[in-house]
Write a protein that binds this ligand. Structure first.
Ligand SMILES: NC(=O)c1ccc[n+]([C@@H]2O[C@H](COP(=O)([O-])OP(=O)(O)OC[C@H]3O[C@@H](n4cnc5c(N)ncnc54)[C@H](O)[C@@H]3O)[C@@H](O)[C@H]2O)c1
Length: 268
């Protein structure tokens, strides 16, 4: 399979993070022009340091929850490169305050934190799809990939807000896939990837003990993962490249797990 990505323009929200950084790097080295959207100056500097020497790179400090800042980012990208072919919505993740402690119940959940986590993961994806997807609707061509989670497929203890938001991402992905194909043509495709468990900055507190050994939660996850391991942070990239290519021309509205078998395993 030959996937030629050269000359494409990609927008990666959360492209300075663990998974987003790997996705951005994998695209840029294939000749894709990559615009990374990230919220803080610190993460913008990090992305610039790690990516700018590898190829065509544009770092933009913008907030996926701020429509005006996304519109400014879109204008900057269109002015520089004239089009947007690919959007990967990686910005998101769970938040410590929105994770129930072992002894807590749903009735102890802090509503403010529930609101924050649902807002970032659901609206942060929707707003970005609307702003960058609008450019694709005018071009009548484009590929959007949202990032879902195992938490949208079945109930995972302690993360109610995150689970609700990622389930929302799934149905919005299907909904937007329908809308784009029916109103703007079959060359705009919208899919989601549902990653299994990858150790990153956000979740290492719950997955690793201070001495680097696995927590009880990690051991439960691994026991429920037929491959018996966590994902490597580069293991989403192949699917991203495939979904962006013409070889995936009839795939839209799909939520595709990359999970070492977690979502297909009954547990017995
Ligand atoms: N790590 C995993 O095991 C795992 C599993 C399933 C799904 N995911 C999802 O993958 C995505 C990336 O996860 P990660 O582990 O790489 O996390 P990460 O924290 O390393 O990356 C997230 C990035 O999003 C950015 N961000 C946060 N809020 C933002 C905002 N309002 N505007 C712009 N940027 C913002 C952060 O600065 C960060 O760079 C998330 O959506 C997460 O829910 C991760």
């Amino acid at each position: 399979m030959n996937i030629d990505m050269k000359e494409k323009v990609a927008v990666i929200t959360g492209g300075a993070g663990v998974l987003g950084g790997s996705i951005s790097k994998s695209l840029i080295v294939e000749g894709v022009k990559v615009a990374v959207i990230t919220r803080s100056e610190e993460s913008l500097n990090k992305a610039t340091r790690e990516l700018s020497s590898l190829g065509e790179f544009l770092g933009i400090q913008s907030d996926v929850l701020n429509i005006e800042s996304l519109k400014t980012a879109r204008a900057e990208i269109l002015q520089k490169w004239g089009k947007i072919d690919i959007l990967v919505n990686v910005a998101g993740g769970n938040m410590p305050g929105a994770t129930l402690e072992k002894e807590q119940t749903i009735f102890d959940m802090k509503i403010d934190d529930f609101d924050k986590v649902t807002n970032l993961n659901l609206n942060g994806t929707i707003y970005s799809c609307l702003i960058f997807g609008e450019a694709m609707s005018k071009q009548k061509e484009g590929c959007i990939i949202n990032i879902s989670s195992m938490a949208s497929i079945s109930a995972i203890t302690r993360v109610p807000g995150y689970s609700v938001a990622k389930s929302g991402v799934d149905i919005f992905t299907k909904w937007l896939a329908m809308e784009m194909a029916m109103k703007f043509g079959e060359k705009i495709r919208v899919n989601a990837i549902a990653p299994g468990f990858f150790i990153g900055k956000q979740n290492e507190r719950v997955l690793l003990n201070e001495d680097g050994t696995y927590t009880d939660r990690s051991l439960k996850i691994l026991a429920h993962t037929p491959m018996g391991r966590f994902g490597d942070i580069n293991e989403l990239n192949g699917l991203i490249h495939f979904l962006c290519s013409e070889q995936a021309g009839f795939i839209t509205g799909s939520i595709i797990p990359v999970d070492g078998g977690f979502s297909s395993f009954s547990g017995i």
